[in-house]
Design a protein around this ligand. Sequence first.
Ligand code: HAM
Length: 421
Amino acid sequence: MTYKSIKGTKDLLPSESWKWQWVEGKIRDVMLVFNFREIRTPVFEETPLFSRSIGELTDIVSKEMYSFQDRSGDSLSLRPEMTASVVRAYIQHSLGEQFPLVKVYYIGPMFRQERPQAGRLRQFHQFGAEAIGAQNPTLDVEMIALAIAVYEALGLKKTALRINSVGCENCRPAYKELLKQSLWKVRDELSLDSQRRLESNPLRVLDSKAEEDQRAIVGIPLLRDHLCADCLAHINGVIDGLKDLGISYEEDGRLVRGLDYYTKTAFEIISKDLGAQDALTGGGRYDLLTEELGGKRTPGIGFAAGMERLMTVLEKQKLIPDGDKRITLFIAALGREAQRWAMKQALELRRRGLSVELDFLDRSLKSQMREADRLQARYVMIVGENEMMNRTVTVKTMETGEQKSVAFADVTSFVDTSGND
Ligand code: HAM
């Protein structure tokens, strides 16, 4: 019996993991200069946390959550996203009392039982950020600028920002009714999915990708034209701010996003180098969520971005530098005594910060040299019986082929002066 990883999940092997570390490093650097600090929350939570915040009728909650009962009968779910967990932590730890504006970021795995395809996994990873505590449209601009700054730091090209307002509890209900009425008129032309959503979640019909839906909804009233004064002023404020920063955007009246907690600003950053699943980043405001989850009413906004999709685009645009996988020194030891000396020497040099590898397979000198080559070691230190007797090692500089005899006592200072260049 052999085992395989579960459909829709991926192993990140050493040949790839360094690329992720490089990208994560860039993300962390940008987060820090924008004064966002990392938050890590558990990967599972009580199921109602997600169903209440994301919405019972959304695809994520109704079809995609990994929910299970633990041994005490509680319903728990693997997190399908982070916003709910961050807001839960915000309330639980009274973070708002310590800081008027809480700015946090995260990088980690999320879980959704989707049909696996390019750009859709069941365990995928997101980096994201949330800012809780301010209503000002400048914060929306800050969040969008942050997401773009990450992509800029990575050198990403061909991204586009789409933005919309999804209104608030004052203007959305009346618009929803209006939308329902208009959709009823074209009901027969809609896809089956959209026909089903017409009553439960009519807004989602707007951003359906099905061609028949796109055709049927041409001319349907958009929320943009039915916003209350407050929501209109807000989105205009965001747009002014984007203009001030020279961030190009496209207003997309049909952008609604698949999570119910959004109010006012909703946005996506897409990449033209992705296929059908072209959203790199999705985000928006959630001014009612904190209250919905039992806290004081506190406005918030955030975004999350798929790491796998980001990696796909970075690879496509050849933006990941060649990894420096070289080690500095390989100690080729022959015989038990030499191996013992090599172990001690390696530890000593590693403590000084040098990357050192040695042989654990009792290989011949020739195959140890081959291994040193494969690892692209800069130096090889050869220790056999003779060297043990003379208390010297032979050090070979791989690039030039030059060899030197170095006394045991001088090895550390020799490597210190030549090994760190
Ligand atoms: P979301 O749009 O569901 O939003 O996900 C954000 C991003 O995660 C997507 O744009 C995509 O890049 C990636 N993603 C989502 N599902 C998958 C999947 N199955 N496989 C691979 N990548 C995926 C949220 O999660 C919100 N929490 C964003 C947010 C934060 N809004 C406010 N704050």
